[in-house]
Design a protein around this ligand. Sequence first.
Ligand code: XMP
Length: 511
Amino acid sequence: MILIIDFGSQVTQLIARRLREAGFYSEIMPSTSDVNKYLVKNPKGIILSGGPNSVTQIDTPRAPYEIWNSVPVLGICYGQQTLCEQLGGKVETGINREFGRAKLDVIADCPLFYNLPKGTDFDVWMSHGDHVSELPDGFKVVACSAGAPFAAIADHKRRYYGVQFHPEVAQTNGGTQILKNFAELICNCEKGWSMVTYKYQAIQKIKEQVGKSGQVICGLSGGVDSSVTAVLLHKAIGERLTCVFVDHGLLRKGEAEEVIKLFGNHLNIKLIHKDASNFFLSKLKGISNPEQKRKIIGASFIDVFTEEAQKIEGAEYLAQGTLYPDVIESISISGGKHVTIKSHHNVGGLPEHMRLKLVEPLRMLFKDEVRLLGKELGLPKVLIDRHPFPGPGLAIRIPGSISSDKINVLRDADAIYLEEIRKAGLYDEIWQAFAVLLPVKTVGVMGDQRTYEYVCGLRAVTSTDGMTADIFPFTTEFLAHVSTRIVNEVSGINRVVYDYTSKPPGTIEWE
Ligand code: XMP
């Protein structure tokens, strides 16, 4: 494996993703970890990530000396700077700053650039205020850019490499190839990371953890993470898995039925379907504050789930679809207090007193890897590639107080919108698309009659991780067609608007 030591860059996770895409297993650990924690991983190579600090200041993080002598090291941006400074070179702040796209000039042979074009036509992504101004002994220049005379450097003998640019971001040409070259040619790693092997290993691990008689509960939401978790568990322990599907009545049209059909009937997984829609609706009655809605749904979910789980005799384990980004120990750079924008609710959490042991077979996976694993497990594409859906469901797509009538109106409008998006072949280009039912009535005219109905908002964004998002640019014709269908076919809505707000300043969901 390749160990990535994280100095706090926003894009450290991408290094691991790129390596894994290329077939090489990698893990991320914070630069503040104890050095023994790195060594027990027995890495075949180490990558030092970028970070927001300056090595020209004291008390900024460094890479422990214990890692220098054993394996190849690649420093990226801050990682390159600390590598040089720690080995006797110099780093300066100042004139040679570069942010954004830059042209790289590759001037010498280096295995890092194997299979990549030499010369000046090489776009890379830079983001640095500091730069290396003097190389440590043993290093030579491999590539330079306008603002970085040492944009790529190498000490072939000791197998130390550094790049000032970010090979992990999409804007760098051949960035994945550079990381692949480091793993394959410099560290001599073998390709062993694929979802085919992961599947068998994960099933084996579950068997070992749960033993021959352990009973497991798994909260199923219909989303990809919990679905993949459930199918893996089922393959490992069969009948000893019971899934609990708490239907809060806030799913999209036809979704609850799909979950029951797929897991209960088709895959033959023991499934408890708890229709708690009336319970949730009564709890949410008259509540219009978004945070209050989220908190009520989160707490009610745990109440219902706990009650159902307690009925399952002998259950000792709880399976959860925890993903790698939730597990990576992040280092706080600012040390400041985070502002809560929204309190998230996710399926699966149980109160401490139930004392169930956790089974988390997706702990080492990124979301795109979970999708690949889902495909490997034979889950249908409609489920695997489905747009993300928030735990509190349609309740946060109906600003103001909710009712079953409003939920039904929204479901119908949302289904038409998604049907048209699929028909137009746009579904996979969009990160998330959904309808919102606004708490506003407007006057309209239909068949010479006055109408006074709700407004429906349509939202569609592109994004890579949900942290930032852009508006999806539908054609006017498409939006007009969807609008006509919704107003004609959904009684309760007489006006449709399209949301033209990116994130930031908006959020993806309306509440
Ligand atoms: P926002 O609205 O914060 O959403 O821009 C970012 C992404 O997170 C999803 N989301 C949630 N997912 N539980 C979830 O599991 C939640 O409470 C929740 N709230 C928002 C949202 O759909 C988008 O993909």
